[in-house]
Design a protein around this ligand. Structure first.
Ligand SMILES: [Cu+2]
Length: 80
């Protein structure tokens, strides 16, 4: 499992939240979705093989602008 965070802009009410949540839930491999209206953020738990670009596209097809929020730097990654 992996966690993917998406920026979602254009949500204005609980109906928007539900629209985004159901769009993401329908993507193959998605296990759990949490959408925050105030943060403009969708947190998705998905199986490792899930297509992250597919998540963005699902949100955009639902009518909201979206992008993958970059992960925090992995502390194990050596600095260049
Ligand atoms: Cu709305």
């Amino acid at each position: 499992m992996k966690k993917v965070e998406l920026n979602v802009s254009g949500m204005s009410c609980g109906h928007c939240v539900e629209t985004v949540r159901s769009a993401l839930t329908a993507v193959e491999g998605v296990a759990d979705v949490d959408v925050s209206l105030t943060d403009g953020l969708a947190s998705v738990r998905a199986h490792d093989g899930a297509d992250e670009e597919g998540l963005v596209q699902a949100v955009e097809q639902a009518g909201y602008a979206s992008s993958i929020r970059p992960r925090e730097i992995d502390p194990r990654t050596p600095r260049r």
